[in-house]
Design a protein around this ligand. Sequence first.
Ligand SMILES: [Zn+2]
Length: 253
Amino acid sequence: MDGSQCTHRKDRHHIYICWLAELLIHHQALKVLKLDGTTMEKLVEATKYSKRIKELNILARIELNHPVIVREEVAQRLADAVNKLPEELFLQVDSGYRSKETQKNLWQYRSNKVNDLVADPSREDTAHNTGGAIDVTLQNNNGKEINLSEPFDKYYAYPELRSKKITIDAQNNRLLLNKVMLEAGFAPNPKEYWHFSYGDKVWADYYKKDVLFREIDSIDKKVQYSFPRVIFNKAIKKLWWLVRLVTGTNVNY
Ligand SMILES: [Zn+2]
């Protein structure tokens, strides 16, 4: 849910109706239109609707407090997209919903490394904060990520969809990913071959439709990891960071 939607209303009857609507959404996944035309659709795991959608390894993941989560319709459309891929290919979801805080940390950490590829959270509505955006790539059927930037080992080397600096295989794989995602109703980001969205402002502009999803202030506890799991995630990621530091291990992120 989008957090405290109901408390902003002044009229008592409106508050009761709003609470009832939130309860229905919470328990039955109903989509309810808000007054501004956007919806209150809940967040679910991006892997919910297909076994062929895999999460990026926790060691490489940005969000450690919860799985990769997106608006429910986004998860359904990801399942549509993966069904359009050849049988031996899987979708790998790297990042979905991000809190404002995560986006801020990411921007501070990565803006020097990847120039303008991370949106400055203080300047604009960030697509990932709406739950409508997803970063996605391909996996083979052995669970190994396919490098869509080959021969470079960083996924953000030449991030433009139609870059000619990468191998023909990588070019074709980028176009295949782009094709199935668009067929499933997502909007692309030609500057980042891995980023797609549904229902956010970029999507609305691309398809000349109204925005469906606005930013989300807080998320339901049901979609978060337990406290011990979060501690474990942070510890193991720190350990991995140390191992990489000592051994000089290079990874594709
Ligand atoms: Zn993205």
